[in-house]
Design a protein around this ligand. Structure first.
Ligand SMILES: *[C@@H]1O[C@H](CO)[C@@H](O)[C@H](O)[C@H]1NC(C)=O
Length: 222
């Protein structure tokens, strides 16, 4: 156990941190997509629900006919098929989660080195040092992460950094305002109570909440 701990939080801390950044970003997006579907389902009009049921029914009939015509048919397969159709409202956007995870990976090394740097230049847990750290984190760390997030997405989507549109900067600034309410309290707790080597892990947990919000800003709000 302690051997594993030494590897994960010692020598290979940067890898642990980077992987966890990616995973947390993916988890945040999965939660946000679930929320969107749940909302979508609760607020559909009766006509919409009718249409979906009709579509599903037509699909089922077509599929059943095809299945019966095939030779290797069994009831079991039909049941599986029906279940799958029943789930068709649950379409998860895998590419979206993949992109979010990729962005998380991009933020990982920055997180890792930034907190090493912060602890080296503002060591200790005195109140002044903690407040300074929180301040530097909010002034330097947060905007950098948001920039990596939004510009990273633009790069994934455009494939060409030169085509990034100016509107991205507005999104970074809007998001930064929310960031300023969320992160300083979370970071004060972090710097006061969390041991150095668990810091990025703690941040990642906070990040799950925050990433749900980021996923929402990126894909839902306009
Ligand atoms: C995800 O990234 C790909 C490039 O790898 C891009 O073409 C696509 O538009 C992105 N999709 C979403 C939903 O962000």
């Amino acid at each position: 156990m302690s051997f594993l701990r030494n590897l994960l939080f010692g020598k290979y801390l940067i890898i642990t941190n980077t992987v966890s950044c990616g995973v947390m970003m993916g988890v945040g997006d999965v939660i946000q997509q679930r929320r969107e579907q749940w909302k979508h389902r609760s607020f559909r009009s009766p006509e919409e629900i009718d249409n979906t049921i009709n579509d599903k029914f037509t699909l089922t009939i077509t599929q059943c006919t095809t299945s019966f015509m095939a030779e290797d048919e069994s009831n079991k397969r039909l049941v599986t098929l029906a279940n799958r159709l029943d789930d068709s409202g649950n379409n998860h956007d895998v590419v979206r989660t993949r992109n979010m995870t990729a962005i998380g990976f991009m933020q990982g090394p920055f997180h890792h080195y930034f907190y090493l740097f912060l602890d080296r230049f503002l060591p200790g847990k005195s109140v002044t040092s903690v407040i300074k750290k929180t301040f530097v984190d909010q002034i330097v760390g947060s905007p950098t992460c948001l920039a990596i997030f939004f510009f990273g997405h633009e790069m994934l989507e455009q494939g060409d950094p030169r085509e990034i549109n100016a509107g991205v900067m507005d999104k970074v600034i809007e998001t930064y305002k929310v960031d300023c309410c969320f992160w300083p309290p979370a970071q004060l707790i972090n710097f006061l109570f969390v041991p150095m080597q668990y810091r990025v892990i703690y941040i990642n947990l906070m990040n799950v909440f925050y990433n749900v919000f980021l996923s929402y800003t990126k894909y839902v709000s306009n």
